[in-house]
Design a protein around this ligand. Structure first.
Ligand SMILES: CC(C)(COP(=O)(O)OP(=O)(O)OC[C@H]1O[C@@H](n2cnc3c(N)ncnc32)[C@H](O)[C@@H]1OP(=O)(O)O)[C@@H](O)C(=O)NCCC(=O)NCCS
Length: 288
């Protein structure tokens, strides 16, 4: 793809553009989102970035994560300081809409709070669809034990497809963790464990520890096994692991309309920090 409008050339980025993308992301004042290397490594396949170039210089880009297709995430945007932000975005988005529709994308979302980007996205038809709310808990006090018959243990690599299937059954496409995304999160600092009941995997959790800070990244229980104390069992195990690792503060987030998760977290003594991130979404016009 190559679109040329008013001296700006718009083209899809390849892996060789990773440095230009990262440099712009770090240096531009109008920069939002944090493209991770795993996303940039997926450029051209499961992630796509469109670049705006002026005289062969990259002056703006937008990066979309397609791993959750047909929902796509706008992961990062940056516009060089000398450029007109509104104009650069208009041209990028004009090309992006057609490109994404051609990839079968049905909706695009942005989770973040960069005011300049929120304003521009709203001008281009994005609307707030949800809010991510952040919770925290200091490591103290009694916690519920959960389902006594459930065994929580580290996940085996051959169980990852089953975990991804539970995840897909639990979340709307916008929030899915397909296998490449799940695997990109597995590091020495993260812990992926499953809840096993009668030899079946009925739920999972993913958490991370950095120093004395713990984060519950993901918690999900297969729909047919919910309301039986399984998430409580997983969360209790995660908090006990954090306790052994001398974690002092545990944070997590969920959606403002996810009352089940909020009730669960509040039962465990989590409290809202007040930090919130808007979730903006736009449906793509069908192709043709
Ligand atoms: C949220 C979720 C993990 C809870 O799993 P679960 O195994 O059903 O939770 P538990 O049975 O341990 O519930 C413990 C408590 O949480 C609260 N709770 C859980 N689900 C609830 C629901 N649907 N409605 C209201 N309260 C609920 C209740 O207080 C419950 O205690 P109770 O059953 O004695 O009333 C599960 O609903 C799920 O996987 N949802 C989809 C994925 C998700 O939202 N994950 C977390 C957000 S990132």
């Amino acid at each position: 793809m190559r679109e040329t409008t008013s001296e700006l050339t718009i083209r899809a980025a390849g892996r060789s553009d990773r440095l230009a993308v990262c440099t712009l992301l770090q240096q531009a004042w109008h920069s939002a989102g944090g493209a991770r290397w795993d996303q940039l490594d997926e450029l051209g396949s499961r992630c796509t970035a469109l670049l705006a170039q002026r005289n062969a210089l990259t002056v703006a880009f937008c990066l979309f994560d397609l791993r959750t297709a047909p929902a796509a995430g706008l992961s990062a945007v940056a516009v060089a300081d000398r450029e007109q932000v509104g104009e650069a975005w208009r041209e990028l988005w004009w090309a992006a809409e057609r490109y994404l529709a051609g990839c079968g994308v049905q909706s695009v979302h942005y989770i973040g709070d960069a005011p300049w980007l929120l304003e521009i996205l709203e001008q281009h038809g994005f609307r707030q669809a949800n809010t991510v709310v952040v919770y925290e808990k200091m490591q103290d006090g009694a916690i519920p034990a959960g389902h006594a018959g459930v065994r929580v243990r580290p996940a085996r690599s051959e169980e990852r497809d089953g975990i991804v299937a539970i995840d897909a059954a639990c979340f709307a496409p916008l929030w899915h963790y397909p296998r490449p995304m799940l695997e990109a999160l597995l590091k020495p600092t993260t812990r992926l464990s499953v809840a096993e009941l009668d030899r079946r995997i009925v739920g999972y959790q993913l958490s991370a520890q950095e120093g004395t800070e713990g984060q519950v990244i993901r918690l999900a229980v297969a729909p047919e096994w919910q309301r039986q104390g399984i998430a409580s069992r997983l969360l209790a195990d995660t908090l006990a692991t954090f306790h052994r690792g001398r974690v002092r503060r545990v944070s997590l987030n969920t959606q403002a309309d996810n009352l089940a998760a909020q009730k669960l977290y509040e039962r465990f003594g989590f409290q809202r920090t007040g930090e919130e991130l808007p979730v903006l979404e736009k449906a793509m016009a069908p192709e043709g």
